[in-house]
Write a protein that binds this ligand. Structure first.
Ligand code: ADP
Length: 462
C-alpha cells in the first residue's frame, strides 16, 4: 500500500494523548504506518472568507513518523461550515433530530466553500500512490472536490455518526447532492448494519442507483463499494491504563468514598444525542420504585462541555442542571446525594479508574454512531468482579455488545428496571457477560477496524 493520507476536521498530535474517540483511533493508525494527516488547525483567523490566511495556506509539522498539515479557517468559513452546517444541520439530522436542524442557506454555501478550499490545499501535497482516507460528516463532499481537480488516487470515506433512514435524510435541502458525493469514493464505511441498510435504501430509491454485486452500487459512470466497519478501541492499552498511577489513585479514592454505596457512572459529552435527561429520569424512577436504592446508590454523571456556540446545546445544559437539582432536592439526605453531576472533562489517564470503580455504567444515547465509552468501560473492568453495562439499543455498539443489558432509553420505567437488574446481578452472571463482551471488543478492536477498512480500500476494484 502507498503512503496513508488521513483527512479529518481536526488534526491532533499523535504523540500526545487526545480526548476524542476519533483522534485516539487515528493517532494509533498513523503512529504505526506513518504518513500525512491533513485538516483544520483549530485556529480561527479574521482573514476574508474563502481566502488563504496571510501567514501561508498550510502549516506543516513533523510528529515522529507523521507529517501534520493544517490550515486555519476564516471566522465566516468556520461559522458556516463547522458551527452552521456540520453541527447545526448534519449532526442533528443524522442523529434523527430534524427538530433541532437549522437549514440556513448560508451554511451549505460555507460547507461547500471550505470543502473545496481544503481539497485545493491538499492536492499539491499528494503523491501518485497515496491512499486517502477521509473522515466524517464535516467532509462528505471533499472527495468530489478532489476528483474535480484531477485527483485519481484511491479515496475511502468513513462516517463515524449514524446514517438515518432515507425519509429523514431527504429532509435536508440538497440531500441528493450530499449523498451523490459519496460515489466519488472507492469505499464508504459505516459503523453499523443499520446505517448501511439506510444507505442502500436511500441510493436505490432516491438516486436510482443500481445494485452491482454485494456491497456495491452503480450510479452513472461511478461504482461505489460500501460496508460496515464498527470502530473499536485499543483494548490492551486501555486495560493497562487502569493500572497506571493516575487511574489507581482515582479508583482507590472512589472505592473509599463509596465503600458502603454502589456507584453508577455516566461519562459523555454534553450532547442532546446522549439521552442524558432520559437517563436522569430513569434514575429518579429507580429511586421512586426501589426504596432500597435510596442512600445506597449514587450516580456520578460526567458531562464534558461541548459545542457551546451551537444554540441547541444551551437547552440541554439548563435541562440537566434543573433535573439534577430536582432529584437531589427530592431524594437527598444530609449524608447522601443521589446525583453528582460534573460539567467537566475527566483527564484521560484517570478515566479508567473511574470506570473500574463503577458497579454499573449507563450508556444510554438516543442515537449514537458507535459509542466508545461502552467499550472503554468493558476494557477497564476487573474480570473477577466486573461492573455491568446498561446500553441503549440505539447505539451502534449495541450490534456488537449483545451481552450488555440493552435498553430503550425513551422507556423510562423499563430503563429503571434494567438499572435495578444490573445492580442486583449476581457475580457469576456479571463475569460471564463481561467475558463475552471483552472477547468481542478484543476481536474487533481499533487495529482490526483500521486494517479491515484499509485492506478493503486498497483491494476495492476500480
Ligand atoms: P462522541 O464521539 O460522540 O463524543 P464516543 O463515546 O464515541 O462519543 O467517544 C467519546 C470519547 O471521549 C471516549 O474516548 C471517551 O473516553 C471520551 N470522553 C467522553 N466524555 C468524556 C468526559 N466527560 N471526560 C473525559 N473524556 C470523555
Amino acid at each position: 500500500m502507498g503512503r496513508l493520507v488521513i483527512v479529518s476536521n481536526r488534526v491532533a498530535d499523535p504523540r500526545k494523548t487526545a480526548a476524542g474517540g476519533l483522534a485516539v483511533a487515528l493517532a494509533d493508525v498513523l503512529n504505526r504506518t506513518g504518513g500525512l494527516w491533513f485538516g483544520w488547525s483549530g485556529r480561527i483567523t479574521e482573514h476574508e472568507a474563502g481566502a488563504a490566511p496571510p501567514d501561508g495556506p498550510v502549516h506543516r509539522q513533523q510528529a515522529g513518523p507523521v507529517t501534520l498539515a493544517t490550515v486555519d479557517l476564516a471566522r465566516a468559513d468556520h461559522d458556516a461550515y463547522y458551527l452552521g452546517y456540520a453541527n447545526g444541520v448534519l449532526w442533528p439530522v443524522f442523529h434523527y433530530r430534524l427538530d433541532l436542524a437549522n437549514f440556513d442557506a448560508g451554511f451549505i454555501a460555507g460547507y461547500r466553500r471550505v470543502n473545496r478550499m481544503l481539497a485545493q490545499r491538499l492536492l499539491p501535497l499528494l503523491q501518485p500512490d497515496d491512499v486517502i482516507w477521509i473522515h466524517d460528516y464535516h467532509l462528505i463532499p471533499m472527495a468530489a472536490e478532489l476528483r474535480a481537480l484531477g485527483c485519481t488516487q484511491r479515496i475511502g470515506f468513513f462516517l463515524h455518526i449514524p446514517l438515518p433512514p432515507p425519509l429523514i435524510l431527504a429532509a435536508i435541502p440538497a440531500h441528493d447532492w450530499l449523498v451523490r458525493a459519496l460515489f466519488e469514493h472507492d469505499l464508504v464505511g459505516f459503523q453499523s448494519e443499520a446505517d448501511l441498510a439506510h444507505f442502500s435504501r436511500y441510493v436505490e430509491t432516491e438516486l436510482g442507483a443500481e445494485p452491482a454485486g454485494p456491497g456495491r452500487w452503480r450510479l452513472g459512470e461511478r461504482t461505489v463499494r460500501a460496508g460496515t466497519f464498527p470502530i473499536g478501541i485499543d483494548v490492551d492499552e486501555f486495560a493497562a491504563l487502569t493500572h497506571a498511577p493516575e487511574a489507581r489513585d482515582m479508583y482507590t479514592r472512589m472505592r473509599e468514598e463509596y465503600s458502603r454505596r454502589r456507584l453508577l457512572i455516566g461519562v459523555d459529552r454534553l450532547d442532546y444525542s446522549k439521552g442524558l435527561p432520559q437517563r436522569l429520569r430513569a434514575f429518579r424512577e429507580l429511586l421512586l420504585r426501589h426504596p432500597d436504592t435510596r442512600n445506597s446508590a449514587t450516580l456520578i454523571q460526567i458531562a464534558s462541555p461541548s459545542r457551546e456556540s451551537v444554540l441547541a446545546y444551551n437547552d440541554i445544559l439548563r435541562e440537566m442542571e434543573t433535573l439534577c437539582g430536582a432529584i437531589n432536592g427530592d431524594f437527598g439526605e444530609l449524608d447522601w446525594m443521589p446525583v453528582r453531576y460534573i460539567h467537566r472533562t475527566v483527564a484521560r489517564k484517570r478515566l479508567p479508574g473511574l470506570y473500574r470503580a463503577g458497579r454499573v455504567a449507563l450508556v444510554t444515547p438516543l442515537r449514537d454512531g458507535m459509542n466508545l465509552v461502552a467499550k472503554e468501560f468493558v476494557a477497564a473492568q476487573d474480570p473477577a468482579d466486573p461492573g455491568v453495562l446498561v446500553l441503549s439499543r440505539f447505539a451502534g455498539a449495541a450490534e456488537q455488545l449483545r451481552e450488555a443489558i440493552l435498553v430503550n432509553p425513551y422507556d423510562i420505567e423499563a430503563t429503571a428496571q434494567a438499572i435495578q437488574a444490573a445492580l442486583q446481578m449476581p457475580v457469576q452472571e456479571r463475569r460471564a457477560r463481561h467475558q463475552a463482551l471483552l472477547a468481542g471488543i478484543r476481536r474487533q478492536d481499533v487495529r482490526w477496524w483500521c486494517d479491515t477498512f484499509l485492506g478493503a480500500l486498497s483491494s476495492a476494484p476500480r
